[in-house]
Design a protein around this ligand. Sequence first.
Ligand SMILES: C[S@@+](CC[C@H](N)C(=O)[O-])C[C@H]1O[C@@H](n2cnc3c(N)ncnc32)[C@H](O)[C@@H]1O
Length: 212
Amino acid sequence: MKQKEIFKKSEGDAWFRRNQAVLAERDWSRDPICLQVAELVETGKTAKVLEIGCGDGSRLTHLRDRLNCEVAGIDPSSEAISVATSKGLSANVGTADSLPYAGGVFDIVIFGFCLYLCDDNDLFRIACEADRVLSENGWLLLLDFEAKAPTYRSYHHREGIRSRKMDYKQMFLWHPAYTLSGYRKFHHETLQWTDERDEWVSLSCMRKSIRT
Ligand SMILES: C[S@@+](CC[C@H](N)C(=O)[O-])C[C@H]1O[C@@H](n2cnc3c(N)ncnc32)[C@H](O)[C@@H]1O
């Protein structure tokens, strides 16, 4: 069974139940993605933001309430999405390879620790879908586990799933429309620099600009 099917069937809800309390407690004002969005949004303007793999929309709630963003989210967990919609968020049950949105509607598209769980053979489609819904002159933000070459680990919460570390920004940077405008590696938990390479996560901020 594909991993996305396992997430839709049970692991999305299971992940959410295991992490619901942590998500509620997290200080989202220190979140690397929220800090990056704060730098990108222009004063007085409302940015349209999509988070793919949004869980219960905790990050999106911060972006809506603190940064005045117009937000939407998608996640395979129906339990997490029903919590997100109960907070008044626009959120859909679904997966990254098939986004139920019109083309070019988002100013910012976010993947926060989502791609490491997606199936290898969905990655082209996922890149294509993110690019499709991102506006011209939009920003793509990726926060995920990082390794130079793809490395896999079995996921200890559920048989049949493996997680993957790789350099996810390369899914987009081969394309002439995408430019890396910001990039930082740091420790998953401390959010500070670490020399321990196995602990690296990275935040990549990419600008899409179509050349005419
Ligand atoms: C580690 S959690 C991260 C949640 C949130 N983005 C954050 O940063 O706190 C991974 C999320 O990705 C979702 N997910 C797993 N596979 C997915 C897929 N193929 N497409 C979209 N989301 C997926 C899971 O249900 C889960 O909510």
